[in-house]
Design a protein around this ligand. Structure first.
Ligand code: NAD
Ligand code: IPM
Ligand code: MN
Length: 367
């Protein structure tokens, strides 16, 4: 049987820097655990625009459809700010999500013990935190029509449309309940049913789906209160399910509960393919971090943990995913820190590649 295929799209800014460290871990699993992947690499975002004049070529899109899983670094950067909207790096990422129909974006926020002191919140608020945000990823205001900038009288108007069908809400909700069944059996759904019709429908459909999961305790929260509760008492949550835009914002907020945006991985999952694996792309929650790009300062852990999610959700290698997560935990417990994780004065930060090497050394010790 041939090896499963991985398409790697490093992208822009720190994307290629953190992805180089993921490549080390992929190679490690090949050499030490007999997990071999056919890896190919291609361009996305600004890098693809520079080479081909488009943020995602049709050829790359076709490769993404064929791959068993896609790993993406990050896209974007200030040098692309003035490009036509349709050519911006972010359009490449959004096209991948939409055309692969990756409707369920899993964004786990876990606080590793070694970092509990480092969160901008008090230690007892975040210590032991383990929550999962399920963000609907292919609809809502990101994709709704009408959209655009139009002339209206003697001024212009910018329009985006929040739009959700029942089936779009249902499939996102179902993935949240399925996850909750394997976790602590609690789902909190966040919308703004007090001001948005799409929120009213969201709440109704989630309520209906919950009938199929009687063991799961469902609650509803307005998303603005949800943001406040996430920083007030985040451990009240198990699984949070929410729409595309609220999920984007709430997950950056959740990132700071874990210590840094450089820690948060994600899995973007769609329907099962013919081989039974879900269509899937794995991507850190952070962006291209132009302020630190090219300086070897980026934290590669979010991207490495995204590969761990690939092992778990695409390749049925939960034990190997645990091994990689434990290696990250060990390195943090040993006090190894990239600059974004520095709490204690006097601790020298390590570089992106030194962090990758430390994780490989911890993997070696796990054998
Ligand atoms: P960002 O996530 O790139 O950076 C926000 C802050 O977090 C910066 O100070 C950055 O240095 C820091 N940071 C992020 N990741 C880090 C890491 N791994 N290690 C250490 N520090 C890290 O968000 P932004 O600055 O708002 O956006 C920059 C560009 O990235 C924009 O073009 C945006 O559209 C794009 N973006 C892309 C993605 C993606 O590709 N998935 C996600 C978010 C933003
Ligand atoms: C994310 C990013 C993207 C989003 C951008 C870059 C399109 O912020 O993945 O969180 O808004 O979804
Ligand atoms: Mn975001």
């Amino acid at each position: 049987m041939s090896n499963p295929s991985l398409l790697i799209l490093p992208g822009d800014g720190i994307g290629p820097e953190v992805m180089a460290e993921v490549r080390k871990t992929i190679d490690w699993f090949g050499a030490n655990r007999g997990l071999h992947f056919d890896v190919s690499e291609d361009l996305v975002g600004g890098a693809a625009y520079d080479a081909h004049g488009t943020p995602l070529s049709d050829e790359t899109m076709a490769k993404a459809h064929e791959a068993d899983a896609v790993l993406l670094g990050a896209v974007g950067g200030p040098q692309y700010d003035d490009l036509d909207f349709s050519l911006k790096p972010e359009r490449g990422l959004l096209r991948l999500r939409k055309e692969m129909d990756l409707y369920s974006n899993l964004r786990p926020a876990q606080c590793f013990d070694a970092l509990a002191d480092f969160s901008s919140l008090k230690k007892d608020i975040v210590a032991g935190l383990d929550i999962m945000i399920v963000r609907e990823l292919t609809s809502g205001v990101y994709f709704g029509e009408p959209r655009g900038i139009f002339e209206e009288g003697n001024e212009r108007v910018g329009i985006n449309t929040q739009r959700y069908t029942e089936s779009e809400i249902e499939r996102a909700a179902r993935s949240a309940f399925e996850l909750a069944m394997r976790r602590n059996k609690k789902v909190c759904s966040m919308e703004k049913a007090n001001v948005m019709e799409s929120g009213i429908l969201w709440r109704e459909v989630v309520e209906r789906v919950s009938k199929d999961y009687p063991e799961v305790e469902l609650s509803h929260m307005y998303a603005d209160n949800g943001a406040m509760q996430l920083v007030r008492a985040p451990k009240q949550f198990d699984v949070i399910v929410t729409d595309n835009l609220f999920g984007d914002i709430l997950s950056d907020c959740a990132a700071m509960l874990t210590g840094s945006l450089g820690m948060l991985p994600s899995a973007s999952l769609g329907a099962p393919m013919a081989n039974g694996r879900p269509k899937a792309m794995y991507e850190p929650v952070h962006g291209s971090a132009p302020d630190i790009a090219g300086q070897g300062k980026a934290n590669p852990i979010a991207c490495i943990l995204s590969f761990a999610m690939a092992l778990r959700y695409s390749f049925d290698q939960g034990a190997e995913a645990d091994r990689l997560e434990a290696a990250v935990e060990k390195v943090l417990a040993d006090g190894v820190r990239t600059g974004d994780l520095l709490a204690d004065a006097g601790v020298q930060p390590v570089s992106t590649s030194e962090m990758g090497d430390a994780i490989i050394a911890a993997l070696d010790e796990s054998l």
